[in-house]
Design a protein around this ligand. Structure first.
Ligand code: HEM
Ligand code: HEM
Length: 224
């Protein structure tokens, strides 16, 4: 998986997922703000598929995408913070322990946002998510209330996320954005032999994850 002096750290599916949610979350805000609820629901269904895909990819994806490879134990976090405090920044192969916490928070907030949107009903019952028909009006209103609160939480987490990425660039001269686009980092940043290759993007696992995502979208579209 080496190309010149750069090695792959993020697989293509993860990168496509990331930049798709960036565009879609912005479009979701825009469509809600401008009362384009048909578009809000349509794009929302794509987001449902993307979130379900990411959860499946957390099990079936390559090393840096898999949840089991994430280090968030107290030891890993303390060790990482000590390293940062001493100014000895060492690039991570994948998410660093603090970054992982923010990733978990963002994926959770996105899941709540999308999940509550499915059941949300507005005050006069004119606009509703595709699964609102399955719950009472009051429950739909509650979902809408949470939808509003979780949007504020999501915006705060995104602000923190972008600020953290900027801080790595400014204070450690570590550009995390380029690897999220190209997938690659300089080989000399890592120990010899470190590689994503032990579980390269396998087309079978990719096909299974995509199929799970489509099944969820299909199930929700047909449940209402
Ligand atoms: C709607 C806005 C955004 C959301 C919801 C979001 C969400 C996420 C998530 C969930 C991840 C973890 C990827 C995964 O393992 O699933 C991530 C990683 C990342 N994001 Fe974003 N992101 C947003 C905007 C941005 C922007 C604008 C930038 C660039 C300035 C950016 C740069 C990155 C980078 C560099 C990583 C990898 C971090 C690392 O090296 O550990 N993100 N983002
Ligand atoms: C990241 C994803 C999403 C974002 C950022 C988002 C954002 C928003 C925002 C800002 C509002 C306006 C809240 C208000 O002030 O009343 C809203 C309302 C709504 N959204 Fe979403 N939404 C998302 C996902 C979804 C999904 C997946 C669905 C359903 C398919 C959905 C259905 C609705 C409905 C029915 C309302 C109207 C509820 C009301 O007016 O109280 N949303 N959304």
């Amino acid at each position: 998986m080496a190309k010149g002096n750069r090695i792959l750290v993020w697989d293509g599916a993860l990168r496509l997922f990331h930049w798709s949610i960036v565009l879609l979350v912005a479009a979701m805000w825009w469509s809600a703000e401008n009362h384009m609820m048909d578009w809000h629901r349509r794009m929302g269904m794509i987001l449902v598929g993307l979130i379900v895909f990411r959860l499946a990819w957390g099990i079936l994806g390559s090393r840096t995408s898999r949840f089991t490879s994430w280090r968030i134990g107290p030891g890993a976090i303390l060790g990482y913070l000590k390293g940062l405090a001493s100014g000895a920044h060492k690039p991570d192969f994948g998410h660093n322990p603090i970054g992982t916490l923010s990733v978990i928070a963002m994926l959770a907030a996105l899941s709540v946002q999308v999940g509550t949107g499915l059941f949300a009903v507005d005050t006069d019952g004119m606009e509703s998510g595709p699964l609102a028909i399955l719950v009472s009006f009051d429950a739909g209103r509650q979902a809408a209330e949470i939808h509003e609160v979780s949007f504020n939480i999501l915006v705060a987490l995104i602000g923190l996320h972008v600020a953290a990425v900027a801080a790595y660039l400014i204070f450690f001269k570590d550009n995390l954005i380029r690897p999220m686009i190209t997938g690659r980092r300089a080989r000399e940043d890592f120990e010899a032999g470190e590689t994503l290759a032990d579980s390269q993007l396998s087309w079978v696992r990719l096909a299974i994850s995509v199929a799970i995502a489509f099944a969820a979208m299909w199930g929700i579209s047909n449940a209402g």
